[in-house]
Design a protein around this ligand. Structure first.
Ligand SMILES: Nc1ncnc2c1ncn2[C@@H]1O[C@H](COP(=O)(O)OP(=O)(O)O)[C@@H](O)[C@H]1O
Ligand SMILES: [Mg+2]
Length: 346
C-alpha cells in the first residue's frame, strides 16, 4: 500500500505569519540631516514583512506583486534561506530553507533581476559549466538541459561571449538558463523583467510558460509590473507594506477594480502658443492627469476603447501630439483602488 499522504504533500511552499524586521539609522530631516543621523545614532525598526501567510501548490505559478518597498525581495530572501525570519515559519519542500542549506540549494533555483549570478568576466558557457560542477550535474544531463533551455531562451549565439559584453536581455536569458540547469523543483524569479525591452520580456514570459505546468517547476515570480504576470500566473498574491492585501486569481483581482488604462502623450507646444497647463489631478474629459512633465503627460482613463478619441481631442486642443502609448491596467491603479491611501507603500 502507498504511504498515507499528509495534507501538506502537494504544497511546495508554506508560509505562516512571516515577519522580518530591520533596524536602520533613523533618518533626520533638513539640512545637516545626514550628519545628525551619524551623531545621534538613533535607530528605527522597519517591518519589511509583517505577518505574511500563503501556500503554493506544486507546479503552481504565483505572481508575488507589490509596489517598490512592499516587502517582495525580503520575502524571497526568507524563502530561499538567505535571511532568517524574525518570526513565523517558512517551509519549502517540507523543511525550513535554513535547516539544510545544501539540500535546499539542490532543490531550488533563484534569479534576482538586479543581481546576476553569472561570472562577469567569463564566457556564458563557463558559468554554466561551473554551475554544473557545483551541483554535480552529470554530463549527459547537462547537455540535455542546455539544449532544452536553448530552445526556449535562444542563447546559442552568445554562449561564448563574456557576460559583461551581453545586453541586459541576453544576460537575463543566461541567468534564467543558469537557474534551471540542475532541475530545481521550485524557482524564484525576483523582478526578472526589470529594465527589459518588450522583446526580452516576451522571452521571460515564454520561459515561464515552458517550464511550468502540472507536475513541473513551481514558480514564484515577483514584479511591480502587473502586465508581466497576466499571461504567466493564474494566481497572484498582492503585498503592500509587508502584509497580504489580496490572494487569488488574476482575473478576480482585475474584476475587483475598475479597469483603467494609462495614456502617455509626448507633445510640443503649438506654434507660438503657451505651453499647456497639464498638472496632476486635472480632469480632461473622461480622463485625469496622473503625471505631467514638460513635453510629456500621462492620463488615467476608463479602459473602454471608445473614450480614447475624446481624450485625445481634449489633449490636442492644447498641444501638438508627437507620440503616444497606452498601457493596460497598471498595478498602481489596482493598489490605488484596493488599498486606502495612507496605507500604501511608496
Ligand atoms: N537590509 C535591509 N536593511 C534595512 N532595511 C531594509 C533592508 N532590506 C530591505 N529593507 C527595507 O524593507 C522594505 C521592503 O524592502 P524589499 O523587500 O526590498 O521591497 P521590494 O522588494 O518589494 O521592493 C523597504 O522599506 C526596504 O527599505
Ligand atoms: Mg525587490
Amino acid at each position: 500500500m502507498p504511504p498515507a499522504r499528509t495534507a501538506g504533500d502537494d504544497l511546495a511552499i508554506e508560509v505562516r505569519d512571516l515577519v522580518k524586521t530591520f533596524r536602520r539609522p533613523r533618518r533626520k530631516e533638513g539640512r545637516l540631516g545626514a550628519l545628525r543621523t551619524l551623531m545621534t545614532r538613533e535607530y528605527e525598526t522597519v517591518r519589511a514583512v509583517d505577518g505574511v501567510s500563503f501556500d503554493v501548490r506544486r507546479g503552481e505559478v504565483v505572481g508575488y506583486i507589490g509596489s517598490n518597498g512592499a516587502g517582495k525581495s525580503t520575502t524571497i530572501k526568507m524563502l530561499t534561506g538567505v535571511l532568517e525570519p524574525t518570526a513565523g515559519t517558512v517551509r519549502v519542500n517540507g523543511a525550513a530553507p535554513t535547516a539544510d542549506r545544501k539540500e535546499n540549494a539542490r532543490r531550488i533555483g533563484v534569479v534576482f533581476g538586479q543581481k546576476s549570478q553569472l561570472w562577469w568576466d567569463l564566457p556564458l558557457v563557463d558559468s554554466f559549466r561551473l554551475i554544473a560542477s557545483l551541483y554535480s550535474i552529470a554530463d549527459d544531463r547537462y547537455r540535455r538541459n542546455l539544449a532544452r533551455l536553448d530552445e526556449v531562451l535562444g542563447f546559442a549565439e552568445f554562449l561564448h561571449t563574456p557576460v559583461r559584453q551581453l545586453s541586459l536581455g541576453q544576460r537575463m536569458r543566461g541567468d534564467l538558463a543558469a537557474s534551471m540547469l540542475h532541475d530545481p523543483e521550485v524557482l524564484y524569479l525576483d523582478e526578472p523583467t526589470i529594465g527589459l525591452d518588450v522583446h526580452s520580456k516576451e522571452r521571460v514570459v515564454g520561459f515561464v510558460e515552458a517550464i511550468s505546468g502540472p507536475g513541473r517547476t513551481t514558480v514564484v515570480l515577483t514584479t511591480h509590473d502587473l502586465a508581466d504576470i497576466e499571461r504567466t500566473c493564474e494566481r497572484v498574491v498582492l503585498i503592500d507594506r509587508g502584509t497580504v492585501a489580496f490572494d487569488g486569481r488574476v482575473g478576480d483581482l482585475k474584476a475587483a477594480c475598475t479597469p483603467e488604462r494609462v495614456l502617455t502623450v509626448d507633445y510640443e507646444p503649438r506654434d507660438g502658443g503657451a505651453p499647456p497647463a497639464f498638472s496632476a489631478g486635472r480632469a480632461m474629459g473622461p480622463a485625469v492627469v496622473s503625471a505631467a512633465a514638460p513635453g510629456r503627460v500621462s492620463l488615467r482613463m476608463p479602459s473602454a476603447h471608445s473614450v480614447v478619441p475624446t481624450v485625445l481631442e481634449a489633449v490636442e486642443r492644447e498641444c501638438r501630439i508627437m507620440d503616444l502609448s497606452i498601457s493596460e491596467t497598471s498595478l498602481e491603479s489596482v493598489v490605488r483602488q484596493l488599498i486606502p491611501e495612507g496605507r500604501r507603500s511608496s
